[in-house]
Design a protein around this ligand. Sequence first.
Ligand code: ADP
Ligand code: MG
Length: 384
Amino acid sequence: MADVGVVAPNSVVASETDVPAIIFDRVGVAYGHGKKTTHALVDLNLRVAVGETVALLGPSGSGKSTALNALAGFVRPTSGRVRLAGRDVTDLPPAKRGIGVVLQSYALFPHMRVSDNVAFGLKSQRVPRGEIADRVAEALDMVGMGDYGKRLPRELSGGQQQRVAIARALAIRPRVLLLDEPLAALDARLRQSMLAELQRLKEALPDTAMLYVTHDQAEALALADRIVVMNDARLMDVDTAENLWRRPPTSFTAAFLGGANLIPCTVGRVIGTSALVTIAHKTVSAEAPQPRTGKVDWAPGSRALLCIRPHALQIVGLGNRDALRANVNATVWRGATTRVVLSVGGMPDQLIEVDAPGNAKFEIGAEIGVRIPEPAGVLVRIPT
Ligand code: ADP
Ligand code: MG
């Protein structure tokens, strides 16, 4: 806002927007020392563009919150630097970073009214008193809580409290908004409506970079421009949701994002990004993608994993000649689909999951056919 009245040449504006809103530069965080050291985050490199939403997705304990806390200033990196809009903030206290933070636990001050909770960051930023009321009203309006300023947090539902927490984060008009599992404490229905609301908020804040921590792939898919898949303190993969889902670079991402059958196979003939592979004595075609960086050698004769999504497989009659013969191991009805778990002849120790439409009923042990699509799936490297 200091630039008001100064007309910047276009070239300056362009290069300004080229500076990432967030940079993690080889950030490592270790808790404890000696034999009790936990490496919670190892060498995280990540850039988030102005206005971009990036989800950190991974199982519990994979280092997601640690990454967010390192950026917010709640934990100190053991190595590496964090930058906001090009400025190294590694040594700054949290309040000086100009970041909005929303946590799963809401963390509202229980004895303060909603409006005072939202005003809190503005007061510590020494925003003039006359302006504070307007900014609080604006922030509460953004989350549909304009009429609740006088309430205490305990007079609100969980969803409403989380809205207030979001309003509090937005009141300081942050360029960077960090959200750590903000919907995890809400029930399933409320989570859906809050997710839609976060999507709207994202559209309403086109210049705000968001880092969204979640273990829930549905939230990541719904909100993120790019997804970072975390596992065991490390960034496993980063790309658009669509790329990660269609051509998962690692078996971890294939399984964590969307669920997948990962069937060991032998690579046969390869032409461009297409390969013939053999599974259960059957030859099928598969996508053999090249990653955007580096190169994978899908050498004929080498072993790989064939990733087939459960919904891509089809249960058919035994008369179908192209089908694999399989036996039903278990069925789990999920509402719109039934997850059918199968063991397939010629694939010992390998269970195959198929999502059949509706409430598909099979006897345990029943023999059925499984039709494999064309191409069958996408090749994924065997983890080393
Ligand atoms: P996530 O948010 O992905 O669930 P965290 O970043 O919270 O994971 O934790 C990553 C690892 O660091 C876990 O093994 C966790 O137990 C450990 N950890 C997190 N916070 C602390 C802490 N304050 N002291 C010691 N270990 C911690
Ligand atoms: Mg966490």
